[in-house]
Every structure is written in structure tokens, then in C-alpha cells.
Design a protein around this ligand. Structure first.
Ligand SMILES: [Zn+2]
Length: 144
């Protein structure tokens, strides 16, 4: 699976993400899978910094997206939702340099209106004017 630029960027924020959760990414920490009752630190960040591995019960790597999905009870199969959750957690006002993802789950509605370019406003005005002229006027279509 190839990451787009923003996914790639977010994936690399795992150390910052762990710090934000109060975890020292350079040390061993308890597994972040809520289904794994980890009583001593079994998890360590991968050297590449893109994954954390649970060396105990889970025996597998977790990406930042999986971490946040587990924390919020989102299915990791719903990747857009997991990605959005990471974005909202680390960058509530949007990822710097990237446009905000559409909210897959539609949690926040009506906070953003689509930007209308001046050109399209002119177009819409024309459309409304034309409608206005036709309203109550000649109902027959003008041919010729
Ligand atoms: Zn684990």
C-alpha cells in the first residue's frame, strides 16, 4: 500500500505522538493495545520510527494509525477514520502544509463552507438573474 504524502508525513510522527501520550519514545513502554493487559513494558519503537512493536502478547508492529484507532475504538480497517483521528489528535487545526481530510464519519458537520471562488459567484448571480427574469414571465420557450 503506497502512502500519499500526508499519510507518509503522519506515519512518521510516531515519536511525537508517543510523547503527546506521555510516553518516552526512546524507552520501553507498556503495550498500547487496550486488549493487552501489559503489566511491564513490552513495547518499543522500531528503529525507523514508523512502528512500535509489542514483543509480548501481540508480537507485532503497530503504526501510529493503529495506535490511535485502538485508543479511540475505531476499526483499523477503517483507515480513513484512523488517519483522521491521528490528524485531529496531533494537529487539531490541520496538518501544516496539507489540506484537512474530509471527515469520514461525518462527526463534525457544518463547520466549513466550501470556498466559493469569485468567478463562480458571478456565475451563480447570472444564473439567479436569469431565473428571475423567467419567473412569471413568458413561459413559452424562446426559439429563434
Ligand atoms: Zn501487546
Amino acid at each position: 500500500m503506497a502512502d500519499d504524502a500526508k499519510t507518509k508525513f503522519l506515519r512518521a510522527q510516531l515519536p511525537a505522538y508517543l510523547k503527546k501520550r506521555g510516553i518516552d519514545p526512546d524507552k520501553w513502554f507498556s503495550c498500547l493495545n487496550p486488549e493487552h493487559q501489559d503489566h511491564h513494558p513490552s513495547m518499543h519503537m522500531d528503529e525507523g520510527g514508523l512502528f512500535a512493536r509489542c514483543f509480548s502478547k501481540c508480537g507485532r508492529n503497530y503504526s501510529i494509525f493503529e495506535m490511535e484507532a485502538m485508543r479511540q475504538g475505531i476499526s483499523i480497517l477503517d483507515f480513513p477514520a484512523a488517519k483522521k483521528a491521528v490528524e485531529d489528535y496531533l494537529y487539531p487545526s490541520g496538518v501544516p502544509g496539507f489540506e484537512k481530510s474530509q471527515d469520514h464519519r461525518g462527526k463534525k458537520t457544518g463547520e466549513k463552507h466550501p470556498k466559493i471562488q469569485p468567478k463562480s459567484i458571478v456565475y451563480i448571480r447570472k444564473y439567479i438573474d436569469n431565473r428571475g427574469q423567467n419567473r412569471g414571465g413568458e413561459s413559452a420557450s424562446q426559439t429563434g
